[in-house]
Design a protein around this ligand. Structure first.
Ligand code: SF4
Length: 230
């Protein structure tokens, strides 16, 4: 499997762990606010293969205790279960970032106990989901199934939404709150603009709006927190 990026150490990407972050290429979505679009559109070259990643991890045993797998969308890759199994054999805890499009892969990863922590994006209310993901159509049943699988079966997890001024309003947080009602943790992350973001002209919500949205979300998920930037 091709690896498209590696952050060798992070205290932020995997809660409670000293981790590295592994970036895989490709994604089903084209979110206009994406921070990793060079991975999504295939312009980022591979930097190593899975064998080289495992060699790196062997040298980090005892120094790191977690590996976060992100993208892009990691669940697009058929080799993901094998990669996670080999990472866990080396003694690392594993975290998966996912957009929730692939419940069958998620179900397999959870049933085979290959992930310790799942972070799933909830992009927007059902009415605005496809527009927010930058695609014509989103299978909302797949999203709902992924949410259920995570809430029922992930050892630890969070849902998260990147909040964009032009894409989100108060009603959306009622709708998203209902989608994940009763979840263990929900994070609202303020959008930050970058040169590499695919759609120019998007902006962060105001601090007041973000606080108000978190207040709405807490009606459904009491442990809703605002996180700095993603
Ligand atoms: S799902 Fe994530 S990686 Fe894919 S386009 Fe959206 S923000 Fe980027």
């Amino acid at each position: 499997m091709k690896i498209h990026g590696l952050q060798k150490m992070t205290l932020l990407d995997f809660p409670g762990r000293v981790a590295c972050t592994v970036f895989l290429g490709g994604c089903d979505y084209r979110c206009p606010f994406c921070h990793n679009f060079e991975l999504v559109d295939g312009t980022a070259p591979a930097i190593m293969d899975d064998g080289e990643l495992l060699s790196f991890l062997r040298k980090r045993q005892g120094l790191l205790d977690g590996v976060a797998i992100t993208g892009g969308e990691p669940c697009l890759h058929d080799g993901l279960p094998d990669l996670l199994a080999r990472i866990r054999e080396l003694g690392f805890a594993t975290k998966l970032d996912t957009n929730g499009c692939h419940p069958r892969m998620l179900e397999r990863l959870l049933s085979e106990q290959l992930v310790d922590y799942v972070a799933m994006d909830v992009k927007n209310s059902p009415e605005k989901y496809a527009r927010t993901a930058g695609v014509e159509h989103v299978d909302l049943d797949a999203i709902a199934e992924s949410i259920r699988l995570i809430m029922d079966g992930a050892p630890d997890y969070e849902f998260r939404t990147t909040v964009v001024h032009e894409l989100h309003e108060a009603d959306d947080f009622h709708a998203m709150g209902k989608m994940i009602a009763g979840a263990k943790a929900y994070f609202l992350q303020s959008f930050t603009d970058r040169d590499t973001v695919p759609f120019a002209g998007l902006s962060a919500p105001s601090a007041d709006d973000l606080a108000a949205y978190a207040g709405i979300a807490r009606l459904y998920v009491p442990n809703t927190q605002v996180r700095g930037v993603d």
